[in-house]
Design a protein around this ligand. Structure first.
Ligand SMILES: C[S@@+](CC[C@H](N)C(=O)[O-])C[C@H]1O[C@@H](n2cnc3c(N)ncnc32)[C@H](O)[C@@H]1O
Length: 207
């Protein structure tokens, strides 16, 4: 008897498989050195659930952080640490938070030589996360944790920096989408991607 996979899981699995095929096919066009190195060393499957494959990092992080004015960045949702590594190219320090502490990120950061620039926080609950973030200074935040339950609270926690990058912001009716709809239109920029169209990102500049 075949095991029944819930629809959401089926959807995600198909999405990851498709993303892997796209990343494989387009990697020759990617210029971000971090993404290129990670792909070469760890293969395409390391990008499962990662939001920075293919042209993401070049467009979003270079555009929002590549001007050299920011000193530190914060990420919610570390996973394997690939986006934290991408962000570390543009600032002196990256603070990154997750409810899970996956080993792979340490290997990746070590391999890339960025481990000293990244400070990882394993959080046990939302209060702990809030307590730490409230005490930190950072110039830009990337919100990519629990999209369903924490998008709004993550935004309220990090908006003091006035620069927030919000993942999956155009997936209609999703919490990130609702949040971005509530922000002043002229403060929001959308990034469109040539490779993976359904995972889009919004950048809120509240200055
Ligand atoms: C889509 S992945 C992040 C991908 C990562 N930003 C990257 O680009 O490589 C989402 C991550 O958020 C974490 N997460 C889930 N709930 C969270 C929460 N409440 N606070 C922080 N992180 C959370 C998950 O454990 C998972 O590692």
């Amino acid at each position: 008897m075949p095991i029944e996979i819930p629809d959401q899981e089926k959807y995600l699995e198909l999405k990851y498989q498709r993303m892997a095929r796209i990343v494989d096919a387009k990697m020759s066009r990617v210029t971000d050195p971090i993404i290129k190195k990670v792909y070469k060393k760890f293969g395409v499957n390391i990008f499962r659930r990662c939001s920075a494959p293919a042209d993401y990092s070049e467009k979003v992080f270079k555009d929002t952080m590549g001007h050299g004015k920011f000193v530190s960045a914060l990420e919610i949702g570390t996973l394997n640490g690939i986006t934290a590594a991408v962000m570390s190219q543009y600032v002196d320090k990256v603070y990154t938070f997750d409810i899970e502490d996956y080993d792979k990120k340490y290997e990746i950061w070590e391999y890339l030589g960025v481990r000293d620039k990244i400070k990882f926080y394993k959080i046990n609950n939302e209060l702990e996360k809030a307590d730490i973030i409230n005490k930190l200074y950072f110039d830009i935040a990337y919100i990519d944790g629990d999209h369903l339950h924490c998008t709004w609270s993550d935004f309220f926690l990090t908006r003091k920096c006035k620069h927030c990058i919000i993942h999956e912001a155009t997936l209609e009716s999703s919490e990130p989408w609702k949040l971005v709809q509530a922000l002043p239109k002229k403060q929001v920029k959308y990034f469109k991607f040539a490779f993976i169209k359904e995972c889009t990102i919004a950048y809120w500049n509240g200055e």
